[in-house]
Design a protein around this ligand. Structure first.
Ligand code: HEC
Ligand code: HEC
Length: 249
């Protein structure tokens, strides 16, 4: 009686170990597959997407949701971008570009972080180590706001918008970062100013004025030291899958 009880215990423990071992072996196998696959071929791999989603979702909830929101839709008060749309500050939203951002961060202090440019504070240039630019008066900033409204096809004061257009390409040197057509520059994280997507605030005159007057320099932490390579890839795949239609397989 006693020895058969022991035998049962041994059998159960062995079964559990095998099951646990095989789950672990599966995880090791899928981590390796995730790293081995060319990142931009992963969207065609349902098995890897499903695995990455399972691994990354709890990590997103505990490490990213506080800034980017539980639904990934961002936070305009903090300037945390929506990660579920097709509008990217940096790069075009490929898995490798997303992974680079997550690994090294943005203005994170990591030497490989994305930090080529920040939005200067045009009302107090040079403050807080920001880029030195020509100072602009509140009236000039108002003109630039009207110009940006007109670029977006929103109702704007046309005389002020014409003055703002000149400031944009002359004294303000805005074109240098946001491009001549105000479509932004994803190599340096300068947002498109001609679409209706706003990183900071609600796109009102006041919010746009504040961005120009006070400057902006949002930061995303670098996660490369905290997550292993497979988890970094999994989180990038998770965000990609939330922001792109996946091919039917
Ligand atoms: C402390 C707040 C904070 C946390 C936590 C945070 N982020 Fe960010 N993240 C930001 C901000 C702010 C930006 C925008 C930086 C800028 O203005 O360029 C950003 C930008 C990004 C971008 C670039 C988006 C684009 O449009 O190019 C990605 C991708 C990203 N974060 C992913 C993550 C992931 C994944 C996590 C969790 C592992 C995370 N972030 C955690 C604040 C945060
Ligand atoms: C040195 C490069 C640089 C220059 C010059 C520059 N910007 Fe920016 N601007 C940026 C960057 C980078 C950001 C995004 C900052 C961030 O992500 O925190 C930005 C953000 C903004 C925003 C906020 C956009 C949003 O979606 O909320 C506005 C508005 C803006 N810039 C307008 C202007 C105007 C108008 C000028 C000229 C007077 C100008 N910028 C000049 C780099 C620049």
């Amino acid at each position: 009686m006693k020895s058969s009880g022991i035998r049962w215990t041994v059998a159960i423990v062995t079964l559990l170990a095998l099951a646990g071992g095989s789950a672990m072996a599966r995880r090791v196998y899928l981590d390796a597959a995730l790293l081995r696959a060319p990142p931009d071929a992963i969207p065609g791999r349902r098995d890897l997407i499903r695995y990455a989603q399972g691994v990354a979702e709890p990590v997103y909830r505990s490490h990213c949701a506080s800034c980017h929101g539980a639904d990934l839709r961002g936070d305009p008060v903090r300037g945390a971008p929506n990660l579920a749309d097709s509008d990217w500050l940096y790069g075009g939203g490929s898995i490798s570009q997303i992974q680079q951002t997550i690994t090294y961060g943005i203005r994170s202090g990591n030497p490989k972080g994305r930090s080529l440019a920040s939005m200067p504070a045009f009302a107090h240039p040079g403050s807080e180590g920001r880029e030195k630019v020509n100072p602009l008066t509140p009236g000039e900033i108002d003109d630039l706001v009207e110009f940006l409204f007109s670029v977006e096809n929103r109702p704007a004061d046309s005389a002020a918008a014409a003055r703002g257009a000149l400031l944009y390409s002359d004294k303000g040197v805005c074109y240098d970062c946001h491009s001549r057509d105000a479509q932004g520059d994803q190599a340096i994280g300068a947002p498109n100013l001609g679409d209706s997507v706003w990183l900071y605030g609600d796109g009102s005159r006041r919010a746009v004025f504040n961005s120009i007057a006070q400057g902006r320099a949002g930061a995303c932490p670098a996660w490369g030291q905290r997550f292993g390579p497979a988890l970094l890839r999994a989180v990038a795949v998770f965000i990609y899958a939330k922001s792109h239609p996946l091919p039917a397989t």
